[in-house]
Ligand binder design. Structure first.
Ligand code: ACO
Length: 335
């Protein structure tokens, strides 16, 4: 028995924020952002929409494709929960009106969706659960420094959500193609935690988690050593992609489509070049959505599965790298 991920769905908030819009808030330009990152625009929520609201909208599209088949667990990945606690899993459960099923919260940033698939696959193959709703959702727009001080990070991120359902089945019932979950590999190296993090709010601060000093120093916003993160991202995504392909015993030339995490178009081009995958087999969404962290890969897969002509048995590879550091790759096959 294999595990499949099916009924992919996405939700992007309607408000489009262009690079020119950001140029009105900080010292940046459309030219700089496009040249260095590939991003043209991203979506931002408007009050009172929260991360769990985005997740719920995406999940409705997933559940609708299941035609009444129930889900019996939720795994939700985000770095931008509605509240410090509880996580968004329980909020998704209640807002969707689901019964009292377990809701797991995953905190692995840009790798969060692949980590969630990893966990969901193991749980359904163990027959612990039958059908798991897997969620990646983020609201970055209210957590970034939209002034010149934060421009290196602020221009990168956008809001959105993507969802699917993982089950141990041979055949899918969903409207759009499903993906068989083949080889996968996840990694972490916390020695690099401070290269991309948000220090505030946390139990590392005394006497209280929220201090005026940290707020004054703008440590409530993420900080990043961009160049170091960039180098590690390329190296690790290539390494882990090679590893999962080797486990399956196929060369990269057999992969129909790579749907990578979207942090920077230059990162993805370099990963594609190193794997020997040309641009027309690299599926990017960064131009229109920026980096939506845990939501990025399910959003990308929902687009790719609907828009790219695919055939049963086609291989699809997703790889991700992000804060932690965490990284991973999952090899899938169209059902
Ligand atoms: N607009 C204009 N100028 C800018 C901006 C901006 N938005 N941001 C930085 N600059 C300036 C810098 O101040 C610097 O100026 P200086 O030369 O006068 O000092 C210059 O542009 C070059 O800055 P660099 O940081 O060297 O630019 P780089 O080419 O490295 O691009 C970037 C920066 C886009 C952040 C890149 O390093 C990157 O993409 N890093 C990886 C991001 C990533 O992978 N994140 C992981 C996932 S996120 C997650 O897990 C939550």
């Amino acid at each position: 028995m294999t595990a499949i991920a099916q009924a992919f769905s996405r939700y992007l908030p309607p408000k489009v924020v262009t690079n020119d819009d950001l140029s009105k808030l900080m010292e940046t330009s459309d030219e700089w952002i496009q040249k260095r990152t590939g991003i043209k625009e991203r979506r931002f929520v408007e009050a009172p929409t929260t991360t769990s609201d985005l997740a719920v909208e995406a999940a409705k599209g997933t559940l609708e494709q299941l035609e009444g088949k129930p889900v019996d667990a939720i795994i939700a990945a985000t770095l931008s929960p509605d509240f410090d606690f509880p996580g968004i899993g329980v909020l998704v459960q209640t807002k969707l009106g689901l019964p009292e099923i377990p809701a797991f919260d995953i905190r692995n940033q840009c790798s969060g969706f692949l980590y969630s698939l990893e966990l969901a696959k193991a749980l359904v193959l163990q027959k612990q659960y039958e059908r798991i709703l897997v969620v990646g959702a983020e609201v970055h727009s209210t957590g970034i420094d939209l002034t010149s001080r934060g421009r290196d990070i602020a221009v990168l991120f956008g809001d959105g959500a993507g969802t699917c359902v993982v089950s141990a089945e041979e055949h899918a019932s969903s409207r759009i193609p499903a993906l068989r979950l083949l080889q996968s590999e996840m990694h972490s190296d916390g020695a690099h935690a401070s290269k991309l993090w948000c220090q505030h709010i946390g139990s590392a601060h005394f006497p209280t988690r929220v201090t005026q000093e940290l707020l004054d120093e703008a440590k409530c916003f993420p900080t990043m050593e961009g160049k170091k993160v960039f180098e590690h991202a390329v190296k690790r995504m290539v390494e882990v992609s090679h590893s999962v392909l080797a486990k399956e015993g196929i060369p990269a030339s057999k992969v129909r489509l790579v749907v990578p995490h979207q942090a920077n178009l230059r990162i993805n081009t370099m990963v594609g070049d190193a794997l020997g995958v040309p641009g027309d087999r690299l599926f990017n969404t960064i131009e229109r959505y920026g980096n939506t962290t845990a939501a990025t890969i399910p959003i990308g897969l929902s687009h790719a599965l609907m828009e790219v002509p695919l055939h049963p048995e086609d291989y699809i590879l997703s790889c991700a790298f992000g804060s932690g550091f965490t990284w991973g790759a999952t090899l899938m096959q169209v059902v």
